[in-house]
Design a protein around this ligand. Structure first.
Ligand code: AHM
Ligand code: MG
Length: 313
């Protein structure tokens, strides 16, 4: 049976979801097109001479890779020119670009998982879309999603009424609806956290929780690309955590273009998100590049993790 292309799916959604306007459809198509271009560059990175460092650090003090820059440029230009975007915020750029007063505001991480670029491991683009401003709690997102550049390229997104996944068909160049309804299992078997930082985690309860999961015969998977780790969590269940530690006292991941969109997908798929005290979707942002501890995944594991944090700190 033929699978539905992204644009047809969006027009069908327009009939049932009042958030889905012609402008939003155009914007999501624009993001999908930019990500297709990025996917092409990622696939040929070793041939195009775009592997390795760009020789500079970004606003967050992190080393910028050549592909980070390229992906940022592709997305920035296409959003700036599409006529539907009033504000653009990128991980790689210090200030938001204000295009106009009202419209859609987009925050994105152009290429997440920078440390995996040079070693041919899955990386991705994450995006969050609000009306007018990205400085709102995640619950107000009209859409959010990511594109994962893995063995296949997939677009996974939510328009606030569940989570769907599209696989890029390399022959037709279309994103096709391969995953019409993504739902997290209530409980999984995998935990995902950088355990090398264990001694530096500021939460004692977290150490107890991870030890508890080991006694329950969980297995560990940690790619080090949030997109890949969240993708697996969405499909298989379990828990993904990037906690606060002595070096990153608010965690490492950024609220606007990493935590918030991923929390939206996880909650829309039936899971839970938290910073240790509240849902990641209830946090009011106060800074563009604000960091936040991230606990997301299946309902059972997230609730259990929060119980441990409550009991042991
Ligand atoms: P990036 O946006 O610069 O790639 O950083 C974010 C990435 C996430 O994809 C991933 O979850 C995390 O950093 C991994 O960090 P660490 O290497 O400290 O485990
Ligand atoms: Mg990132």
């Amino acid at each position: 049976m033929a699978l539905m292309p992204l644009t047809a799916f969006l027009f069908q959604k327009k009939e049932e979801n009042e958030n889905v306007t012609d402008e939003l459809i155009l914007l999501i198509n624009e993001i999908a097109a930019a990500c297709k271009e990025i996917a092409g560059k990622v696939r040929k990175a070793g041939l195009l001479g775009v592997l390795g460092s760009a020789g500079k650090v970004n606003v967050q003090g992190e080393e910028v890779q050549k592909l980070d820059e390229l992906a940022n440029e592709i997305l920035f230009q296409s959003l700036k020119n599409c006529g539907k975007v009033c504000q653009i915020t990128s991980e790689e750029v210090e200030d938001a670009l204000i295009v106009s007063e009202a419209g859609y505001a987009v925050a994105f991480d152009p290429l997440d998982g920078s440390s995996n670029i040079d070693v041919n491991v899955s990386i991705g683009t994450i995006f969050s879309i609000h009306k007018d401003s990205v400085m709102q709690p995640g619950r107000e997102q009209v859409a959010a999603g990511y594109v994962i550049y893995g063995p296949s390229t997939m677009l996974v997104m939510s328009l606030g009424d569940g989570v769907v996944g599209f696989t890029l068909d390399p022959e037709s160049g279309n994103f096709l609806l391969s995953h019409p309804k993504i739902e997290l299992p209530e409980k999984g078997k995998i935990y995902s956290i950088n355990e090398a930082n264990r001694n530096k985690w500021t939460s004692e309860g977290l150490r107890w929780f991870i030890d508890y999961l080991k006694t329950e015969k969980y297995t560990q998977r940690y790619v080090g690309s949030m997109v890949a780790d969240v993708h697996r969590t969405l499909l298989k269940g379990g828990i993904f955590i990037y906690p606060a530690d002595e070096k990153n006292t608010n965690g490492k991941l950024r609220l606007l273009y990493e935590a918030k969109p991923m929390a939206f997908l996880i909650e829309q798929a039936g899971g839970l998100s938290s910073d240790g005290t509240q849902s990641l979707l209830d946090i009011y942002p106060h800074e563009l590049h604000q960091r936040v501890p991230v606990i997301i995944g299946s309902r059972w594991e997230v609730e259990k993790c929060l119980e441990y944090i409550k009991e042991y700190g």
